[in-house]
Design a protein around this ligand. Structure first.
Ligand code: C5P
Length: 242
């Protein structure tokens, strides 16, 4: 596969075209942001850790018959992926009440949610990713009711698969964010990444933070990168670590 031109640049990843219109290359950068892009930094190694962690988790999902964008890890930081038309939704799934949920609603801190909560935010920088409901998403032509239902069903399935896999690795899946897109046949496909940037992972024994909350809370580069490295060694097979 030949890498083509950059077709999209996000806060931490770039998307490149390839010589095949069905495929793109996703490149993970070392950039890290927090607070709606207010804080920015560059931590060497982050792109590598996130690409390895995300590849592993997408492989686990593919093995469980979830349709994902992932094709293969080409090299550290670069993933060959299916070309999707992305749906501008941040689909958040929560097993434990923390983060922005506590700021908006009277949940108890770190309360275990009996039934996972799915929340959808409109991915739009200008409007600062507001929470929306089905009616708003449909009126904005972001997705149809059927697609929203599909997204919810797939997200709950992903929550089960990943919670179980991570538990075996000593990690509690507290919450996470997914993004979906449509392939050329209009199928709903999981896209983007699943990494410590987009999930809350807690050590199952100590409940210590193993994700980007370390950066949000002001830990330094060494501390944050040693956490990402730790997650990588906890979930990625040693043979895959180059
Ligand atoms: O901040 P909040 O509690 O709403 O985040 C819920 C989950 O979604 C967290 O795992 C967070 O990392 C993820 N998230 C994300 N990108 C955003 C907002 C939240 O990956 N723009």
């Amino acid at each position: 596969t030949n890498i083509g031109t950059k077709i999209y640049s996000g806060k931490a990843k770039d998307i490149y075209s390839t010589n095949n219109e069905y495929e793109v290359i996703v490149k993970f950068r070392d950039d890290i942001t927090a607070g709606d892009g207010e804080r920015k930094d560059n931590f060497q190694g982050k792109g590598k850790y996130n690409s390895l962690i995300s590849s592993k988790l997408f492989e686990i999902l593919e093995e469980s018959n979830i349709n994902t964008q992932y094709i293969k890890l080409i090299e550290n930081c670069s993933i060959l992926s299916k070309n999707l038309k992305m749906i501008p939704l941040e689909v958040i799934c929560r097993n434990i009440a923390t983060g922005s949920l506590l700021k908006k609603f009277p949940f108890e801190k770190a309360q275990k949610l009996k039934v996972p909560i799915i929340q959808m935010d409109y991915k739009n920088d200008e409007y600062h990713d507001p929470m929306l409901n089905d009616d708003i998403a449909i009126a904005l032509k972001i997705a149809t009711q059927d697609e929203l239902n599909q997204i919810r069903t797939i997200t709950l399935k992903i929550n089960k698969i990943l919670s179980e896999f991570l538990k075996e690795k000593g990690i509690l899946l507290v919450d996470f964010k997914l993004e979906f897109g449509k392939d050329l046949k209009e199928n709903i496909v999981l896209g983007d990444e699943i990494s410590p940037d987009t999930c809350r992972f807690w050590n199952i024994e100590t409940l210590k933070t193993l994700d980007k909350d370390s950066f949000r809370q002001g830990q330094n580069q060494n501390e944050v990168m040693s956490i990402y490295q730790q997650v990588c060694t906890m979930i990625v097979d040693e043979n895959d670590l180059k």
